[in-house]
Design a binder for this molecule. Structure first.
Ligand code: ADP
Length: 598
């Protein structure tokens, strides 16, 4: 799920939930406004086309638009009409393709087949009648193609063309008062071969210029139509590929849109036709019907509700998982601000809610973890303070001081871990203080400190005599080992041996110096159930089962171990047999990587 989990730290940070929704909501509303705008532009493009010349109603496109065949028909009628009026054998629209810098003949034309039309294509910069009319933006009569070098250059005689009138096709953009704002030459309109052996005269030029205005309007509408259809299709694809579910209902209560995510959430087959169906019939989930009905009836909807759905678990047959969606409705308005319908957006907030739950559980476990050593420290200090008549002898007092000291260490470690994980969580770079570290010595120190808590355990270590000194951060190395040894003791409540083993990993290449070491931290404790193994590295993750329910912890130790190990350029892994043993395996480079920025 492409969402950032909120940090349970840094309470000053704004909760990201409202921002995420607000952004998505605005984005989807924007899409819907564009959709309405496109529909209106399509209608006006259709109106233009049919106004030009269209006795028949438009055929229906799968998207609810007239098909592109409509334009062909319009163009065919237009070239036919122009040829008749000008008494010409042939008529063709040549259009400018700005990208390719060419003029090409549009299909259909009067008196040309498709192959002949292909022959007419010209580069704008070349010689020719079409090119000159387009470049100079002025009309031209070709009295005798055989004698005109421009006609010869264009190969008109090869197409049995004797004479011609050619006028520029100009599209005009006008304002509300019909004043021309912009003129663009989009191509050239030709009529060829005056019938009955006649010749074209100036009057024909005037007439054709007039007809060209109507032609240009049709061409412009067709182009606009194509662009609008394309935009509309792109928009539908965007809506279809949204991760969020989206339903749009018209003001009349009929469905205008339901994307595949919404269908999946509502368990509606992807092939069932729904568009234009009353939403109350299409949607069987009464909670959603209620939300939509409330949104439609207010006219100014800002409804947001959380709804849980049991959805099929991806990849696991016949298994369902609860997903929580926030369903948000908003009114969609047309250009005049009148309500046109509502859009309902389904945002998957399962993960966010999960993190919130984890955050609450985390706060209670951390409070507990802090309180336990504090209670013990307070208890021993109060006892010592109250002992005015030296009831306790010196060895007992020293034992109390020892307990206070190790409980302070425990508090210190916990707070340090919390601060470190918070720093890593905020994406702040880990500050590494590189030094030469004798890992066997660090292990000895860690085991000595842990012995105070491990009366029932045997803490051992096993390092070869020639174990190399490695480049590492000494404090972080200690932190990693302390966390793992501490876990090994904690999760083997019946006692047993905890052993830290060091070994040099031989190099793959013969004769080359080894470049990494491995540390194994093993115990004979309760083990980790197989299904939990991949998750134990996640922050706050704790295996919740009968065996370890009583054992305190925050679930950040292993996340920290992993981050700190990786900060050294190393890797962390685990092997475990339930009820028998657990071994954590860490690999560290002996030398710091050259490119390391830390
Ligand atoms: P915690 O503070 O809960 O110990 P960690 O991140 O250190 O958090 O460990 C995550 C979980 O992994 C623990 O809650 C425990 O269930 C499991 N775990 C860690 N180390 C061991 C171990 N040596 N043996 C068995 N389970 C372990």
């Amino acid at each position: 799920m492409p969402q950032n989990s909120p940090s349970p730290f840094g309470s000053n940070e704004p909760d990201p939930l409202p921002t995420v929704y607000e952004d998505r909501k605005q984005y989807i509303q924007q899409l819907e406004r564009t959709n309405i705008d496109l529909e209106q532009r399509i209608q006006s493009a259709e109106a233009h086309l049919h106004a030009a010349d269209s006795p028949s109603p438009p055929s229906v496109h799968p998207l609810g638009l007239p098909s592109s065949g409509e334009f062909e028909n319009t163009l065919r009628r237009l070239v036919d009409k122009i040829a008749k009026i000008l008494q010409a054998e042939k008529c063709v629209f040549m259009l400018h393709d700005a990208g390719a810098a060419t003029l090409y003949a549009t299909h259909p034309a009067m008196g040309f087949d498709r192959d002949e039309l292909a022959l007419l294509e010209r580069r704008v910069a070349e010689e020719g009648v079409s090119n000159e009319v387009f470049r100079t933006n002025s009309s031209l009569i070709t009295y005798d193609a055989a004698l005109d070098p421009r006609a010869a250059a264009e190969g008109l005689t090869r197409l049995r063309i004797h004479n011609a009138v050619s006028v520029p096709l100009v599209v005009e953009k006008r304002d509300e008062d019909n004043r021309v704002l912009e003129r663009t030459t989009v191509g050239v309109l030709h009529v060829f071969n005056k019938k009955y052996g006649g010749i074209f005269v100036e009057e024909d030029v005037r007439l054709l210029e007039q007809l060209a205005r109507q032609g240009a309007a049709v061409i412009a509408s067709a182009q606009m139509y194509r662009e609008v259809v394309q935009e509309k299709q792109e928009l539908l694809h965007t809506i279809d590929s949204l991760y969020a579910g989206l339903i749009m209902v018209g003001i009349n209560g009929r469905l205008l849109q339901m994307n595949p995510s919404a269908r999946a959430i509502l368990g509606i087959n992807s092939t069932t036709p729904l568009i234009d169906m009353p939403y109350a019939r299409a949607i069987s989930d009464s909670r959603i019907r209620k939300i939509i009905s409330a949104a439609l009836s207010t006219g100014n909807a800002e409804v947001a509700e959380e709804v849980a759905f049991n959805l099929p678990d991806a990849g696991v047959e016949e298994q369902f998982r609860e997903r929580i969606y926030q369903v948000q409705c908003a009114t969609v308005r047309d250009d005049d601000g009148a309500p046109a319908g509502i859009v309902a957006i389904f945002n998957d907030i399962t993960e966010i809610r999960g993190v919130e739950r984890m955050k609450t559980a985390f706060i209670s476990t951390v409070s507990h973890e802090l309180r336990t050593p504090l209670t013990s420290i307070k208890g021993f200090i109060s006892t010592l303070l109250a002992d005015n008549d030296n009831y306790y002898d010196e060895p007992t007092r020293r034992e109390f001081y020892g307990i206070i000291d190790s409980e302070c260490d425990r508090l210190h470690r916990l707070i340090k871990d919390l601060l470190d994980i918070s720093r890593i969580e905020q994406g702040r770079a880990m500050q590494m203080n590189w030094a030469e570290v004798n890992v066997a010595q660090t292990t000895e120190k860690v085991l000595a400190a842990q012995r105070a808590y491990a009366r029932d355990h045997e803490l051992t270590m096993n390092f070869p005599a020639d174990f190399p000194v490695i480049t590492a951060d000494p404090d972080k190395m200690e932190q990693i080992l302390t966390n793992l040894v501490n876990n090994a003791i904690k999760y083997s409540p019946q006692g047993g041996t905890v052993c830290v083993t060091g070994r040099v990993i031989p190099s793959d290449t013969d004769g080359e110096e080894p470049n990494s070491i491995e540390l194994n931290i093993s115990d004979e404790g309760m083990g980790i159930p197989r299904e939990h193994l991949p998750k134990i590295w996640d922050r706050f993750y704790r295996v919740d089962n009968r065996d370890n329910r009583e054992i305190g912890g925050t679930g950040i130790g292993l996340a920290l171990v992993k981050a700190l190990t990786e900060g050294h350029g190393g890797t962390a892994a685990v092997e475990s047999e339930l009820g028998v043993s657990t071994t954590f395996l860490l690999v560290f480079p002996i030398r710091r990587a050259e490119s390391g920025e830390n």
